[in-house]
Design a protein around this ligand. Structure first.
Ligand SMILES: [Zn+2]
Length: 404
């Protein structure tokens, strides 16, 4: 299925796949960033012409600052390590700032083992109209863990190191040159991967075959997830994306039944159910901003090259319902008794559930109103029930602090 490559901070911060516009079309001369490249522990056969390589630990750490980029594996396994020796797998990364690697390595409990799903709860199979998809192999409850995976690769959404284009070539030529140079850096990254991970990466779909993206860059743009946890400080424009073997097969719905969240200490992403899922149902996540109307979602999804026909998009009343859901969490016009406030929130929870919009934040807001109202009314069983439900929901949409 179609995926895109993040290029906005806003998209990276959303809890969803990122869906950028075609980067090449947006780039202005002199603004596009490309790698110079420092390669950590790269074998000589992986060196790409035109890419500067510096071995970490060579004492040349100053060279890693500024416009250089760093190729590294996280967790940093020894060269020659096999998946049999390290089944949690590891991620080939390109970082622009060595500080980011230090931040990761200094994250408490890093690297935590990735959580194991006791029995497989999903399988990847062909869908009638969306290519491959991920399907539930058993009934799932909200907050059930479905799949945990280390990314195959993580890389920045833009690389720094401007190229001198004083030669006077056209914008088109400059952009193609930059894409080619980027592809060379990506070849270095792919060259460092073990054959199993490389084959998994290269088997993913590429919807950017005709716009100048190289074959690796096209796959990354098609399948990347924005990783807001690795985005550098607020002032920095750098955001990072991750590509996965299995999670990158998830298809999109504007009314998703699954949510993927990244955790730094386990260096993995987890897919959880955001509502109950029946055995055999396809699991969907949202690639776009969910808190907008249909037209805005379709504009964002256009970069993926498909028209969404999910239940939310095909219901002509869905935009009006969404507006009413948003309004339902605002201050009521007049004073309400506690039982009336509770009844109102319970009724909205039911409407949100009926529309399959449990990933919306308003669902959580109504749960909070419900458990607080039940507590104030002294009904402790109901209070506990709604509070537990809210905690489960909160873990799904925000991720567990320690992963899994
Ligand atoms: Zn949709």
């Amino acid at each position: 299925m179609k995926r895109g490559f993040l290029n906005t901070k806003k998209a990276a911060r959303s809890a969803v796949r990122h869906a950028p516009d075609d980067q090449r079309d947006e780039v202005q001369p002199g603004q596009q960033n490309l790698p110079v490249g420092n390669v950590e522990t790269a074998a000589s056969e992986h060196r790409a012409p035109g890419v500067k390589h510096v071995e970490l630990g060579s004492g040349k750490t100053d060279d890693l600052l500024g416009d250089a980029c760093i190729f590294t594996a996280i967790p940093n396994v020894k060269p020659g390590t096999t998946l049999a020796e390290y089944p949690d797998n590891w991620t080939e990364c390109i970082f622009l700032d060595p500080k980011l690697k230090h931040v990761i390595l200094n994250t408490p409990n890093f690297p935590t083992c990735i959580s194991k799903v006791p029995i497989p709860r999903q399988r990847i199979t062909v869908t009638p109209s969306m290519g491959l998809g991920v399907f539930a192999t058993c009934d799932l409850k909200m907050n059930d863990l479905i799949l945990v995976e280390r990314p195959l690769v993580i890389l920045p959404n833009a690389l720094s190191a401007p190229i001198d284009f004083s030669g006077g070539t056209s914008v088109e030529q400059q952009q193609l040159a930059m894409l080619m140079k980027y592809e060379k850096a990506l070849e270095v990254m792919v060259g460092r991967m073990i054959p199993e991970n490389r084959a998994a990466l290269m088997s993913l779909e590429n919807v950017h075959k005709k716009n100048g993206s190289g074959s690796i860059f096209g796959i990354l743009r098609t399948n990347g997830f924005g990783i807001s946890a690795l985005s550098e400080d607020e002032a920095s424009p750098v955001t990072y994306s991750a590509v996965f073997d299995k999670l990158s097969r998830l298809n999109h719905s504007c009314a998703p039944n699954g949510v993927v969240k990244f955790n730094v200490s386990s260096f993995s992403s987890s897919l959880r159910a955001v509502r109950d899922i029946k055995k055999g149902e396809q699991i969907f996540i949202s690639y776009c901003e969910a808190q907008v109307g249909t037209a805005a979602r379709h504009k964002e999804l256009a970069a993926y090259g498909f028209e969404c026909v999910c239940p939310r998009c095909t219901d002509p009343a869905s935009d009006a319902l969404y507006q009413r859901i948003v309004k339902s969490t605002m201050e009521p016009a007049g004073p309400l008794t506690l039982p009336a406030l509770l009844a109102e929130s319970l009724s909205w929870m039911k409407k949100i559930e009926a529309a399959g919009l449990q990933a919306l934040p308003e669902y959580g807001t109504h749960m909070i109103v419900a458990w607080r109202a039940e507590a104030a009314l002294g009904r402790m069983d109901e209070f506990e029930r709604y509070q537990r439900m809210w905690k489960d929901w909160y873990e799904v949409v925000n991720g567990k602090p320690h992963g899994g």
